[in-house]
Write a protein that binds this ligand. Structure first.
Ligand SMILES: *[C@@H]1O[C@H](CO)[C@@H](O)[C@H](O)[C@H]1NC(C)=O
Ligand SMILES: *[C@@H]1O[C@H](CO)[C@@H](O)[C@H](O)[C@H]1NC(C)=O
Ligand SMILES: *[C@@H]1O[C@H](CO)[C@@H](O)[C@H](O)[C@H]1NC(C)=O
Length: 373
């Protein structure tokens, strides 16, 4: 009996110790929406004075704390939901230490709005992993967009930094940041029925439940961690948009990708193939039901084959299945998707065809069976 009690106590202790170092849960970071602001004495107008005056964050450089409806000259700076944001001026940054699980992949989602600088960029980093996210193109009519980025945790405590490397004449002309969230990414696997990983896009970055504009997945280096596991976005500066079923029409499951940047951004996945073997690629093309009304074409490439899949969008949702066969020429084959054209919603924001439910199968078995018959 006494032995049993001791075990319980030990288990309890182990449990408590585990909790003390437990990783940050998925969702909004502590004070991730900047709801807790600096005290009055730590503000000069809107300028944040102390580096630790915003709870849970460390700031450096010209950082402003912005409430909803705050004006800059004649321009109102609208802040959605949380109604509070920080603005990163010249060379300013915000930073938060996060407890994570080593060797685990994480995605970061944050909302940002351009203010008065022309080509605003944000450098998101964890240790030596960094990504320079261009935020000059407004994809949502309200002016705010959500951006994603991902990293692999090399240590159990990491420091996430969002830095505005820009230098403008007006030091206040930098982007505003609103909500910041984290999500653990499961390493994608291919299955028996699909050689592509995450072909249904069900694994991806955190989507804020109250943000109706989706999450942009920016271009990345091929060896970088993707917030859309399995997939790489190849582009100079343009993104694709990750959309969710509560806010958009998606062909299958809860998530899909909207190709919003015409031929300037490609969604790419590389698979191991056997030269000379036949494969078939299947995918759905549709529209997000977001008023994006136009004749659309998704351009799909694999080996030497190219399929231009047409889709007439009425902007109310819907999709068609497409299929293309190819013969592999190399050990590796890149599957590439692009929107052939640019599309715009009536409010002037970029939109495009939706891609979902992508699968790739080898057709060698079927051919072999036929040969035997
Ligand atoms: C507050 O900011 C103004 C310029 O915006 C500056 O002149 C002043 O010295 C600042 N006050 C303090 C206490 O830092
Ligand atoms: C982004 O930040 C990281 C970490 O501070 C740094 O190593 C990298 O050089 C920065 N990149 C740019 C383009 O500023
Ligand atoms: C395929 O891989 C093998 C072994 O790695 C290599 O020797 C060969 O050159 C590769 N072939 C092609 C077409 O890339």
């Amino acid at each position: 009996m006494a032995k049993g009690t001791r075990c319980m106590a030990l288990l309890l202790l182990v449990g408590l110790a585990a909790r003390a170092v437990s990783a940050v849960p998925d969702g909004l970071l502590p004070n991730g929406n900047f709801k807790d602001g600096p005290g009055k004495s730590q503000l000069n107008g809107t300028i944040v004075m102390g580096s630790h005056s915003i709870p849970f964050w460390e700031v450096s450089g010209f950082v402003e704390y912005i409430g909803s409806g705050q004006k800059q000259g004649e321009m109102i700076l609208p802040v959605p939901e949380g109604a509070c944001a920080v603005r990163l001026g010249n060379d300013a940054s915000i930073r938060q230490k996060l407890s994570v699980t080593r060797r685990t992949f994480y995605s970061i989602t944050f909302s940002a709005a351009r203010t008065c600088a022309q080509a605003e960029k944000l450098n998101v980093s964890v240790a030596s992993d960094s990504g320079l996210l261009p935020i000059q193109t407004v994809y949502a009519s309200i002016g705010w967009d959500s951006y994603s980025w991902a990293f692999k945790a090399m240590h159990s405590v990491v420091s996430l930094a969002i830095h505005n490397p820009g230098v403008e004449d007006d030091p206040a002309c930098g982007p505003m940041i609103d909500s910041v969230a984290i999500k653990t990414l499961k390493p994608p696997q291919h299955t028996k029925s699909n050689m592509l990983k995450n072909g249904d896009f069900e694994e991806g970055p955190h989507v804020f439940p109250d943000s109706p504009w989706g999450v942009l997945v920016p271009p990345m280096d091929e060896d970088a961690t993707s917030p859309l596991p399995g997939w790489t976005i190849m582009s100079q500066s343009k993104a694709v948009k990750y959309i969710d079923s509560p806010h958009f029409v998606v062909p299958q499951g809860s998530y899909a990708v909207e190709l919003v940047a015409g031929r300037e951004a490609a969604l790419v996945q590389e698979v191991i193939t056997v030269p000379g073997r036949s494969y078939r690629l299947f995918f759905s093309v549709g529209d997000a039901g977001d008023g994006c009304k136009d004749g659309m074409v998704v351009d799909a490439y694999a080996a030497r084959e190219n399929l231009q899949m047409r889709y007439e969008s009425l902007g109310v949702g819907g999709h068609r299945r497409a299929e293309v066969g190819f013969v592999a020429v190399g050990n590796r084959t890149r599957v590439v998707f692009q929107s052939l054209n640019y599309h715009m919603k009536p409010d002037g924001t970029l939109c495009g065809p939706v891609l979902d439910d992508v699968s790739l199968v080898s057709v060698r078995k079927r051919v072999a069976r036929r040969l035997f018959m």
